[in-house]
Design a protein around this ligand. Sequence first.
Ligand code: NCD
Length: 302
Amino acid sequence: MRHILSADQFSKTQTEEILSLAAQMDKQCHKGKIQKVLQDKIVACIFFEPSTRTRLSFETAALRLGAGVISAENAAANSSSYKGESIEDTARMLCCYADAIVMRHPKEGMPQAAAKVSTKPILNAGDGGNEHPSQALLDLYSIKKSLGRLHGLKVAFGFDPLHSRTIRSLAQMLTLYKNNEFIFIAPKGLHLAEDFLNGLKAKGAKVRLTDNLPEALSADIFYANRLQQERFANPSEFEANRKKFVITKQLMAKAKAKILDPLPRIDEIEPAADTLPNALYFEQAQNGLYVRMALLRYALDI
Ligand code: NCD
């Protein structure tokens, strides 16, 4: 069994293995001939933080592969965590029932703490502002599907790198590939911490910051993510910045970049832009299903 906890746990070879398994899952889904390789397995999804795509795509992935699913979708209120049960004890219980555990938590490090006592693979579905490895893999899959490569790319990230676990995890994973350049665009105060930026540079990525949106949209990929409202200590800071940068239809129409967004989209992309050919975010969410099918198989080694 393999836990999936962090974007930086993967070697390039392992990443390629998962992406190629995802491509097989993509093909099987399109042909309508899915091998039910998880038929006798049960996948538990326990989410202490809201989710639409991550939980439902993991559950769909499990069901498509023939597994059963048990789910606690508002676990902060509806599981014994509400009564004060520790994450370790919760994990021990889920190990009694399920073969794999998908977990999201608002507190950084909780899936990792669960993994320490778990006899079943834990898949981190997002821990606070820290990591979102399954999202990073589906983002890589989407970039590769669209551009055919993961090296030699200019990738711009906006608009809340400081709080966005999806931006952090994707940037980490892209450092596995050579000659990538990262451009971060954010309102003042919402840029990545210096040590994280230095970590990316130490892994060989070229990194720069900008506040020029049209210029950032001339990258190969523009990875947009909403301001992470729930992670702001000061609500007025969120309000003051939420519309600082908006990708309008007009801007997207002129952009060279393919536009990705892990979603939910709030203010960062004008809905009128959705019909443009470089708006890839809904297809990206669809790719999440194939990548999570691959991840369940990878975690269970099946
Ligand atoms: C992201 C998350 O939860 O971090 N959503 C997702 O999993 N697709 C991004 C976000 O909430 O902004």
